[in-house]
Design a protein around this ligand. Structure first.
Ligand code: LLP
Length: 404
């Protein structure tokens, strides 16, 4: 297993300070290679869902590995271009955005997925047949780790409901749209590969109606392990089942369809470590609270999704295990873990949160006027600072001070 050692993480904490996000490049590579190896016999392309982590060095590294990139805002598109992705390898899967952003994406030459009839209509009026377009459909499938990260069900805002396919076809016909791909994304942390097969089966009924189709985009959402005994989505089984599903549905007119996936967590969750230091230990009748030098301003997943992040005391691995409630230093309840067994914790110890690469730094904020953490990339054994910690002037940046 590609992993950074406790001693390495401690030395990085000492060198760069805490709280600190550390990313391990080789782990990203390992995950990407799992995908490409499993799908090596099929016509499949992976677009890194960069909403998980957009540091430009990560984007550059992923680009060098050979993956394409999936963006969810025009600024992610700009970052991807800045990182060196050519427009043809950038997918912009828009959601509820102003049409002006789609016009901008078109002018940048990237691939565009549209997720509403309204924007599809505007796209038709503006570009007609002159620029290919993808259509994001909502398959009405419930999938994903929890409701907040489920996107394909029949109450979700994402995509055009499949039952409105008649309306989609009417817009396509009216403007002679060149629909190059159909897209579905049902959620995040999907362990059951049959969810993807179910999605494909729904699309098979629709595919024959789109004469220009070249790609089927099945979105992201592969599960990664968070704790001992957890397993990730079985990618080999997925490759086998997706291959079998397409083999049993010969493409209309013999057109070979390329399959796309948009993994975010699968590529970057496990590469990330969030290193914190213990400020205070507070014994109470309810719990022994361990306050670290962070909070939901830096890692919001435990509070927002009840997400489990394995927490390790890297500076006292031989200490007796005890139960602790790990909390932050934010002036609001910000519990990372209740009653968690951790090797004895002392003030000054380093606590490391695993699976911190995806949606960790990316969802951080300056709440309580605290600094955002620094980010470090470890590649070939060398540590590179890829974002300096905020400074006081960063808190004032963009503020316009009046002389009141
Ligand atoms: N494609 C689309 C269209 C998406 O909306 C997403 C994630 C992905 C791909 C990548 O999904 P992944 O492979 O990372 O599961 N912040 C939440 C996850 C929200 C995911 C949003 N969309 C979390 O921290 O659990």
């Amino acid at each position: 297993m590609t992993q950074l050692s406790k001693d390495h993480l401690i030395s990085l904490a000492k060198e760069f300070g805490t709280p600190l996000y550390v990313y391990h490049a080789e782990k990203i590579k390992e995950q990407y290679q799992k995908l490409t190896t499993a799908f090596s016999n099929s016509n499949t392309v992976f677009f890194y869902a960069c909403k998980a982590l957009t540091n430009v060095n990560i984007l550059r590294y992923v680009c060098q590995l050979g993956a394409n990139v999936d963006c969810s805002s025009i600024n992610e598109v700009r970052l991807a271009l800045h990182a060196g992705f050519p427009p043809t390898r950038i997918l912009y899967t828009s959601n509820g955005i102003a049409f002006s952003e789609i016009e901008e994406a078109q002018s940048l030459g990237v691939i565009i997925n549209i997720d509403s009839l309204s924007n599809l209509e505007k796209f038709g009026q503006r570009f007609g047949h002159s620029y290919p377009v993808g259509v994001r459909l909502r398959p009405n499938i419930m999938a994903g780790g929890n409701l907040k990260i489920s996107t394909g069900h029949d109450k979700s805002k994402f995509g055009i409901p499949v039952d409105q396919i008649g309306e989609v076809l009417a817009v396509v016909k009216k403007y002679n749209l060149l629909v190059a791909d159909l897209h579905i994304h049902t959620g995040s942390e999907i362990k059951d590969v049959d969810v993807f097969v179910k999605g494909i089966e729904i699309l098979f009924d629709i595919i024959p109606q789109f004469a220009d189709l070249q790609f089927i985009d099945l979105g992201g959402g592969f599960k990664v392990p968070y704790k001992d005994g957890d397993t990730e989505t079985d990618i080999n089984l997925l490759a086998q089942k997706v291959g079998a599903a397409f083999a049993s549905h010969p493409n209309p007119g013999g057109r070979p369809l390329q399959v796309w996936f948009e993994p975010g967590k699968f590529l970057v969750s496990e590469c990330g470590y969030f290193v914190t230091q213990v400020n205070v230990i507070k014994e109470t009748s309810a719990a022994t609270f361990v306050s670290v030098d962070s909070g939901f301003n830096h890692l919001i997943r435990p509070m927002f999704y009840d997400a489990y992040h394995y927490i390790e005391n890297v500076s006292n691995p031989g200490g007796a295990e005890k139960k602790y409630s790990v909390v932050g230093n934010i002036c609001e309840t910000d519990t990372f873990a209740w009653d968690r067994r951790i090797h004895e914790v002392r003030e000054g110890d380093y606590l490391v949160f695993r699976n911190a690469g995806a949606y960790g730094f990316e969802m951080s904020s300056n709440f309580n006027a605290r600094y955002k953490p620094a980010e470090v990339l470890v590649k070939d054994g060398n540590a590179h600072l890829i974002r300096r910690r905020d400074r006081f002037e960063d808190l004032l940046r963009n503020q316009i001070e009046l002389s009141l």
